[in-house]
Design a protein around this ligand. Structure first.
Ligand SMILES: [Ca+2]
Ligand SMILES: [Ca+2]
Ligand SMILES: [Ca+2]
Ligand SMILES: [Ca+2]
Length: 407
């Protein structure tokens, strides 16, 4: 239960609504017998190692603990949020911070056992215990040379959408901030993809697969980074597919199309977008072997022929391949580079550097190492070249950990 945070950012503590000492006193319960006495919805702590005796409890963040300062030895978190236990008062970051995962329906308990906790903060995601926002920082370098791919709000700056572990959706316009565009429930989706316009209004849209039903939903982009009402575009069966990839227009009708790999056969299917926003009859564009590729990236036009292209990573080799778009299908693949196996995910960000070439962002997995950063959660930018492929990557941030999908 004692979880040291991997990363901590000094001097960025965000003071939330802190309760007063008086409220703390009101939350202090009389002597209790067991950890199970911690009520659902509360964070509780005890001065003993076995969760017995006098019990502290709270449903809100608390900046100073009064008589409970430096007293916590065992804790139970029956809220639905992470409890951040700060050695500093007022949720400071000079000392250690522990995060305790939510176990709202359980009676698990454990402890810092440190007699060092001086303030408690309840937050939606573990990242926030470390002083980070729930979303990662995203900076769009330059306006794209042309209105393009990767831009949800039409300002020619590449945007990112990210889902946090609490199931919220954030729009990152590229100035380091995040705007909440989905207040919850997105964890019901087990695939998220965007790129290109499916609804026919010229704005980028989001496609999501509902895990429990295998239904496919189109969330129409509003043009401001948020998504509007959803439209059912697949009535079921989509859990049989892998690597759902909103791609851009492959059929040549100006509407974005969807690619997906059939898990049972390794076939690659093209689902054409139509005038109604629904998907047309699917077309086989890859006869097999696509299960050997463990990342598909709808990249936009790398080859500069006006047709969207696909990048795909080969699982066994870590090689990245370019599959150039042809009208209605894909051409022969071209090797882009090796060593990509260490990356956890990819993000096509359009022309992020303003030179007319599409760029790629990768987020590292645990095996990553560079002179600047190492480990999982490093954002690495790869600038597109005039010819196919990318310049050497440059790591930009190590704050892309503990997320739940960026796309
Ligand atoms: Ca934008
Ligand atoms: Ca649209
Ligand atoms: Ca199309
Ligand atoms: Ca192309």
């Amino acid at each position: 239960m004692r979880i040291p945070l991997r990363r901590r950012l000094a001097a960025t503590a965000t003071a939330l609504g802190l309760t007063t000492l008086a409220a703390l006193g009101a939350g202090t319960a009389p002597a209790q017998a067991a950890a199970s006495d911690c009520p659902k919805g509360y964070f509780c702590a005890w001065k003993t190692d076995d969760a017995t005796g006098s019990m502290f409890k709270t449903t809100t963040s608390i900046g100073t603990l009064g008589t409970w300062n430096d007293q916590f030895r065992s804790v139970s978190n029956r809220t639905d949020r992470f409890a951040c236990l700060h050695d500093d008062p007022d949720h400071g970051y000079d000392g250690s911070v522990w995060s305790v995962a939510p176990t709202p329906s359980g009676t698990e308990w454990g402890g810092p056992g440190s007699n060092s906790v001086s303030s408690v903060r309840l937050v939606a995601t573990e990242r926030e215990c470390g002083g980070y926002e729930a979303y990662p920082e995203w900076s769009a370098n330059e306006q794209a040379a042309a209105p393009a791919f990767g831009d949800l709000n039409g300002d020619r700056l590449s945007d990112v959408l990210t889902r946090d572990t609490a199931g919220r959706l954030w729009f990152l316009p590229g100035n380091g901030t995040g705007k909440l565009v989905g207040s919850g429930g997105w964890n019901a989706m087990n695939a998220l993809t965007r790129h290109g316009d499916f609804s026919g209004d010229g704005r980028e849209d989001v496609i999501a697969r509902e895990a429990s039903t295998g239904k496919l939903w189109l969330y129409r982009g509003s043009g401001t980074g948020s998504v509007g009402s959803r439209l059912l575009i697949g009535s079921g069966g989509w859990n049989a597919m892998n690597h759902l990839t909103a791609f851009g227009d492959l059929t040549g009708d100006g509407r974005s199309d969807l690619l997906a790999v059939e898990k049972s056969t390794g076939r690659l299917w093209l689902y054409p977008g139509t005038a109604t926003g629904a998907l047309g009859a699917r077309k086989l564009i890859g006869t097999g072997g696509w299960n050997g590729l463990n990342a598909l990236i709808g990249f936009g036009d790398m080859t500069k022929d006006g047709k969207a292209d696909l990048l795909a990573r080969e699982a066994s080799t870590g090689k990245l391949w370019l599959y150039p778009g042809r009208t209605g299908g894909l051409g022969s693949r071209v090797l882009i580079g090796s060593g990509w196996g260490v990356m956890a995910s990819f993000l096509a960000v359009g022309d992020h550097t303003g030179d007319g070439h599409g760029d790629l962002v990768a987020v590292s997995g645990p095996g990553y190492s560079s002179p600047v950063f190492r480990g999982a959660g490093v954002r690495i930018e790869y600038d597109g070249r005039a010819t196919n492929g990318f310049a050497a990557g440059h790591p930009e941030s190590d704050g892309w950990f503990g997320l739940n999908g960026t796309f």
